[in-house]
Write a protein that binds this ligand. Structure first.
Ligand code: F6P
Length: 328
């Protein structure tokens, strides 16, 4: 590890925004790494809401035992509207100072990293850790939770294909991802979907109908279309449009929904979350507050929060083209 140039007495750790599988292993790594450096840790309950209202609890090594394999977050999480106001942020900083908290680690997605930057601008030593199944954060190849969510989606689509083939049906399967098509594209490739619809690429209902009809003509017994939640038209609309036409297959719609956020974290997510947690504490100690832990290739690097929140993660063209090319 590089030189340790900062000293901390007590740091806080919180999870914020949508939960993601792997947040628990991350909390465990933060707590145990900090304790190892002689730093006390306060767990902040219910994310930024808990920071504003002083919901802190001391975390010892035993408090994070047996949580590696648990989905969700033992600290609970919230989407805080109050934190977006200057008053909310002032109150959060006051609560931190009252509790003697001189550093903070925030695990969460886009909104949480914006909050981290807002605190950093006001002089708080904060390090962000990207945790979101959407994989829509600039500055990191992967976020905590993506791998587990993808495996859940793949498992569900494999099952849907069994029933689709038995009935000659087309399934429109909606995946999460907010404005990002990452999960849908990756899932489409590894389940052999006939088509993938994502917010980043415009596709018409007619194109979807032609792909389904074409699959029927080529003798397929099913058609799977993966539709990211942010795509237009959406899965429900497509289901109605497809069913109203005679394309060979009848249509069914499956919204995978919040099931994608649950479940025990995969080995990949446990390892990534653990590496992020350890490095986040080290970044604080190395005087690298105001950054996010980013996976870049094989390394975990400190990415300035200003970069993270001001830049857009580009959709992976390579994968989008691969998904389209292989859907034959
Ligand atoms: O950001 C994670 C995510 O699961 C998105 O994919 C989805 O759009 C959103 O959160 C759902 O939010 P909520 O749990 O508040 O319904």
């Amino acid at each position: 590890m590089d030189n340790l140039i900062r000293k901390y007495n007590t740091i806080g750790v919180l999870t914020s925004g949508g939960d993601a599988p792997g947040m628990n292993p991350c909390i465990r790594a933060v707590v145990r790494t900090a304790l190892n450096h002689g730093i006390k840790v306060l767990g902040v309950e219910e994310g930024l809401e808990g920071l504003i209202h002083g919901q802190f609890r001391p975390m010892g090594a035993r408090d994070v035992g047996g949580i590696l394999q648990r989905g969700g977050t033992i600290l609970q999480t919230a989407r805080s509207k109050e934190f977006q106001t200057p008053r909310g942020q002032r109150e959060a900083i006051r609560q931190m100072s009252n509790a003697g908290m001189d550093g903070l680690i925030i695990i969460g997605g886009d909104g949480s990293l914006h909050a981290a930057q807002a605190l950093s601008e006001q002089g708080v030593d904060v390090v962000g850790i990207p945790g979101s199944i959407d994989n829509d954060i600039y500055g990191t190849d992967m976020c905590i939770g993506v791998d587990t969510a993808l495996n859940t989606i793949v498992d569900a689509i494999d099952k849907l294909r069994d029933t689709a083939s038995s009935h000659n049906r087309a399934f429109l399967v909606e995946t999460m991802g907010r404005h990002s098509g990452y999960l849908a594209v990756q899932a489409g490739i590894v389940t052999g979907a006939e088509m993938v619809l994502i917010p980043e690429v415009s596709t018409s209902a007619d194109q979807v109908a032609r792909a389904i009809e074409d699959a029927y003509r080529r003798g397929k017994t099913h058609a799977i279309v993966v539709v990211a939640e942010g795509a237009q038209p959406n899965a429900q609309e497509l289901g109605r449009l497809i069913d109203a036409q005679d394309l060979g297959f009848t249509a069914r719609v499956t919204i995978l929904g919040h099931i994608q956020r649950g479940g025990k974290p995969s080995a990949f997510d446990r390892l990534l979350a653990t590496r992020f947690g350890v490095r986040a504490v080290e970044f604080l100690l190395q005087g690298k507050a105001g950054t996010m832990t980013g996976l870049r290739g094989r390394e975990i690097e400190p990415v300035p929060l200003t970069e993270v929140i001001n830049q857009q993660r580009a959709p992976a063209r390579e994968y989008i083209e691969m998904a389209a090319m292989l859907a034959r």
